[in-house]
Design a protein around this ligand. Structure first.
Ligand code: FES
Ligand code: FES
Length: 181
């Protein structure tokens, strides 16, 4: 890992330190997938760059880089956000979840396997994160509402029909889990 230091629990807040020239710099503190990291990057660095290049979390993908495709979607405090359009300075002390932090038994991941949604797979981490955020909204959205909100996601392989099936299956799986609990 380059430039990012895992420092343990979330209560350890951002620290300042003296760099080799004696100039004070502020370390950015990021809470990602339940861990806290301190990274020595500029506050205006896009979150996507830091996730991939500093923290080595390569599941989040870079595609358009201008907020148009959804490949870089992560959760910030539970909401779907395009990580190419938000800076690390804006997400300090917020809870960031990437595709690596979404549990393997999450209904969307299970539905994606069941419906064999993926083709090349490049866009899918972002698609899954966006669906997962929509699925957790309260009051719950129905399949048509979630599908409508996925209109701004781009899949170059054209897996849209399978994404729609995956959404319906994920909703059914979620309902079954709620009944069991
Ligand atoms: S890479 Fe961020 S929206 Fe396309
Ligand atoms: S599965 Fe290939 S870009 Fe979406």
């Amino acid at each position: 890992m380059q430039g990012g230091v895992f420092i343990g629990d979330w209560l350890s807040a951002a620290k300042s330190y003296e760099n080799s020239q004696g100039k004070e710099e502020i370390m950015i503190s990021l809470h990602v997938n339940g861990k806290v990291y301190q990274v020595d990057v500029s506050k205006d660095t896009p979150l996507l760059w830091v996730l991939r290049d500093t923290l080595n979390l390569k599941g989040t993908k870079y595609s358009c880089g201008i907020g148009e495709c959804g490949s870089c979607t992560v959760h910030i405090d539970g909401k779907a956000v395009r990580s190419c359009t938000i800076s690390v300075g804006e997400v300090q002390r917020k809870k960031i979840t990437t595709i690596e932090g979404l549990p393997e038994n999450h209904p969307v991941k299970k539905a994606w396997i069941k419906e064999q949604v993926v083709q090349c797979g490049y866009c899918q981490p972002g698609v899954i994160m966006q669906v997962a955020a929509l699925l957790s909204q309260k009051p719950a959205l129905n399949a048509d509402q979630i599908i409508t909100k996925m209109d701004d996601v781009i899949c170059r392989c054209g897996t849209y029909p399978r994404i729609k099936r995956g959404i319906k299956t994920a909703i059914q799986m979620t309902k079954k889990e709620v009944k069991k609990s």
